[in-house]
Design a protein. Structure first.
Lengths: 719, 153
């Protein structure tokens, strides 16, 4: 922040920006010939006093754009209700590679919090300096509030917009002071999201709504098995569909096992004048595929492959506090294996992107979690410089990790390259279930050395993690050994994506179920058992790149667990028909503890209520934090009780919401969420409440039935 | 053919008699409030009103709707219940990504117009056709209850 900024004043032409490159989230009115000042990449102030927050992070419904706009409003002294929110296009020149732009790991607020505040504090100080010059008053007598610089001595005030001409000539101060928390006007208050109003009117500008002049609509029929290829196809019936313009083969990108970024599958594209015609014609294609080697394998082979791998690879990858020796020398052991299936993200807005390949440059419009990476990939794909690639980012109808991967944008670009028109590529719901990227199938093996009292002395783990990480930490302070990470000998059967909470989900399913099994072996109350361990555990160092968080503090996790015990009356059970289970999770230095209530109804057992307590540092917007926890609980229950992706002969067996089921409102339990009071650096809230759901419910199931279920999904009603 | 959407007449040439209303709304008339999500009547994202009753526009051919009154989320202002629901949707901060919400609101409005003071169970049963992957269900329940109260007073 020490460099001198150069500022410019430019004319804001009205109407010159296409509706689709410009994403008004708030309905601010614009005057015709406003000039503006954009002192940094987060903000633009117009001469007509409009303050625009340029959100570098993606908005997928998690509320990040609202939270960041609140932070900006507070640090600047702006009127939050009058701020317009725009989304930044993909740019690593402005935002660096991943840190300030691409959105994942519940990092939106955490990553941007500090640089945003610093940049906006500088902006504020420049505005104050400009006002001091304009009004002839000392800087020390001035402060900002609600879009004005005010003088505390007299009644004078001047609007930000009237200061930009002077402000743009001033150097940035070398040092600025950030506001104290007592000065926050918005941060910490539950404020409806910036999308909320528009979502309630149906006017959020998702990329699926983009319409450009001469735009055509495309869909792709992709090879149903990953790694297969196209032999030939017949399109005569498809071409008969009114509105069909062209049908052609898509040239796939070379399949790379660990390409977590994108990748275009072999397929046949249909281009039409409307979405319906394209979808209809797609169904009429007759395609002959070479299904390739993966067509010989099914879900059971994935399972068996992991079991075989484990049997032949037992070496220790990480050994903490001599766990391995303790395990070896122990005469009493406890073992348990946990299994969770492939899953699809199934965002309600199916994947889609609009692309226009002009030949010499490319512009895309998409709801992506990774505008910077997407731009990089398109540059690679087309051979154009990144400066010739513009990625306009739109709010998305859910992302949950899937929209981090830019395969769908790559496809749109390839089709537009061929037709040289703007193309809207739509994925059908079937595409998003059958030929997408998936949360991987997991198998986790846990063991413990038990002493004469039944207490655990050391733990051993083998699964998809070869050591502790911020996303899959071990908070309980016991000696623990990690064995070689499991991997698939034959490569992935279906390609991998991120799915809300990623590998923390299987990790926690194992860990938090196993903790309950250990408590049972020690004849302790499972919640008290955790509290005792956490009370004795030391701070766990977290390795993260970039370092933006904190270490893992077991006492913070313990505090969430104590609170949820209170909320759920854990220790004062009086009701015979109530069965409770708990879990406590640390995820990237957020903490979340949960209690699940199970009861018996006419159709067997059901989840009647979920309690959750989250510590995510300073909660910028409690309404959105709670919404994330509520949504995470629904997500976790869906994975536990409803859906799974299964593979037969290389093909996904599910296709749409009639066989990939999501939790519905009549199956939703009561949910009660509390947020820990904290002034610590804000962490994340989008994922930490997912991983604890399954183990909390399964632990309650054990209370109800004495049965340990270690494989999900399950049919609770059958118990 | 001619359609009446939100009280206005729209005339156009329908190339394909099987084309669902959803795509006529979205691709032909730019009424993009109504959403595509499953295309098979399973999720409710495409819910509109036809003569005051809910219809899944993804599986309703436009050609079957001549002479009927179609209402979409864009026509919310003319429906008291819908406007009242929208107010509570904002106050309770229901939407997350928002994508399913047009459909949720259209279903909720139809529910309340049939049954102005539904029990919690009736709300859950009445709304079970609308999926929300973000998991806004508990707030939807709250907002519908609140709207029923507001409208009865
Ligand atoms: S899109 Fe019509 S019900 Fe899902
Ligand atoms: S709000 Fe995102 S799907 Fe319902």
């Amino acid at each position: 922040m020490k460099r001198r900024h150069f500022f410019r004043i430019s004319a804001l032409g009205s109407g010159s920006l296409l509706v689709s490159t410009f994403i008004p989230l708030a309905c601010a009115s614009e005057e015709q010939e406003a000039t503006f000042w954009d002192p940094n990449f987060f903000i633009r102030i117009d001469s007509n006093n409009l303050v625009t927050f340029i959100c570098s992070k993606a908005e997928l419904g998690q509320g990040t754009s609202t939270g960041l706009a609140m932070i900006m409003a507070d640090e600047l002294g702006a009127d939050f209700d009058k701020i317009k929110v725009e989304f930044a296009d993909g740019s690593k020149e402005k935002y660096g590679r991943l840190h300030l732009q691409d959105t994942g790991g519940s990092n939106g607020i955490r990553m941007v919090w500090k640089p945003l505040r610093e940049a906006i504090a500088i902006t504020r100080e420049i505005l104050i300096k400009a006002a001091s010059i304009q009004l002839g008053l000392p800087v020390s007598s001035l402060h900002t509030s609600m879009g004005y610089v005010h003088s505390s001595k007299d009644d004078q005030s001047v609007a930000f917009g009237d200061l930009i001409a002077v402000a743009s000539t001033l150097p940035a101060p070398l040092e600025v002071k950030l506001k104290d928390p007592e000065q926050f006007q918005y941060i910490g208050k539950p404020i409806p999201g910036r999308l909320t109003q528009n979502a309630s009117k149906g006017i959020v500008p998702y990329s699926i709504n983009v319409k450009l002049p001469n735009m055509v609509y495309a869909v792709i029929e992709r090879c149903p098995v990953w790694g297969g290829s196209l032999i030939t196809y017949t399109d005569s019936a498809a071409r008969e569909v009114p509105g069909v313009i062209d049908i052609f083969e898509i040239t796939p990108t070379v399949l790379q096992q660990n390409d977590y970024k994108g990748g275009v599958r072999p397929g046949v594209a249909v281009v039409a004048t409307n979405t319906w015609a394209a979808m209809k014609a797609k169904k009429l294609l007759k395609i002959e595929w070479d299904l390739g080697p993966n067509s010989k394998f099914s879900s059971s082979d994935v399972h068996n492959g992991l079991v075989r791998f484990k049997e032949s690879n037992k070496s220790v990858a990480a050994n903490f506090r001599n766990a391995e020796n303790i395990l070896k020398n122990s005469s009493r052991k406890l073992n348990a294996n946990y299994e969770s299936p492939h899953q699809a993200n199934a965002c309600m807005e199916p994947l889609n992107a609009v692309a226009y390949h002009y030949g010499y440059k490319v512009e895309v419009w998409a709801g992506t979690q990774s505008p910077s990476m997407t731009r990089e990939r398109i540059s690679e794909l087309t051979g154009l410089q990144e400066t010739e690639v513009t990625v306009n980012n739109h709010p998305a109808g859910g992302g949950f990790g899937r929209r981090f991967f830019c395969d769908f944008v790559e496809e749109a670009v390839l089709i537009s390259e061929r037709v040289r028109l703007p193309v809207k590529l739509m994925w059908t719901r079937e595409d998003t279930i059958k030929t997408s990227k998936y949360h991987p199938y997991s198998l986790d093996f846990w063991e413990a050395a038990i002493d004469d009292e039944g207490m655990p002395m050391a733990l051993g783990y083998q699964g998809f993690t070869s050591g502790p990480s911020a996303y899959r930490p071990f908070p309980y302070g016991l000696p623990i050994a990690y064995r070689t990470r499991l991997s698939y000998k034959n490569g992935w059967l279906i390609p991998r994506a991120s799915w809300r909470s990623v590998l923390a989900h299987p990790w926690a399913l194992g860990l938090e179920s196993f903790m309950d099994e250990l408590a049972d072996s020690a004849k302790k109350d499972p919640l008290k058992f955790r509290l005792d361990l956490l009370g004795n555990a030391e701070i766990v160092e977290q390795k993260m790149d970039p370092w933006v968080g904190d270490d893992l503090h077991p006492e913070k996790l313990k505090a969430t667990l104590e609170k949820v015990a209170d909320m759920s009356n854990w220790f004062v059970k009086t009701d015979d028909g109530l069965f409770q289970g708990c879990s406590s999770i640390s995820y990237n230095t957020s903490y979340c503890s949960m209690v699940a209530n199970l009861r018996r109804g006419p159709n067997g057992l059901y989840v009647s209520k979920m309690y959750a307590v989250i510590d995510c540092g300073l909660a910028i917007n409690p309404s959105k934090v709670k919404a994330q926890v509520e949504g995470s609980i629904i997500w976790g229950l869906t994975a536990l009780l409803k859906s799974s992706i299964t593979v037969k002969d290389g093909m996904v067996e599910q296709k749409n919401f009639d066989d990939y089921l999501l939790l519905r409102i009549d199956e939703t339990p009561e949910i009660e969420v509390e947020i820990m009071d904290s002034n610590d650096v804000p962490t994340g809230s989008g994922e930490p409440a997912v991983p604890g759901v399954a183990p909390a419910v399964l632990n309650a199931l054990f209370m109800a039935t004495g049965q340990r279920v270690r494989k999900i999904p399950l049919d609770l009603g059958s118990f | 053919m001619e359609l009446t959407i939100n009280g206005e007449g729209y005339s156009f040439e329908l190339e394909d008699n099987g084309m669902p209303l959803l795509w006529v709304l979205r691709d032909v008339f730019d009424l993009t409030g109504t959403k595509y999500s499953c295309g098979i009547g399973q999720c409710g994202a495409c819910t509109v009103h036809v003569d005051g009753l809910t219809a899944r526009s993804c599986i309703t051919p436009a050609s079957s709707l001549e002479g009927k009154k179609i209402t979409t989320i864009e026509g919310a202002d003319s429906i008291v219940i819908l406007s009242a629901l929208q107010e509570n949707w904002v106050a309770i901060d229901v939407p997350q990504c928002g994508y399913c919400q047009s459909g949720q609101l259209m279903s909720a409005a139809a529910l309340l117009s049939k049954n102005p003071s539904p029990s919690e169970k009736e709300i859950r049963d009445g709304m079970r056709g609308n999926l929300c992957r973000c998991g806004t269900y508990t707030r939807i329940l709250e907002a519908i209850k609140k709207t029923a109260e507001d409208l009865s007073s």
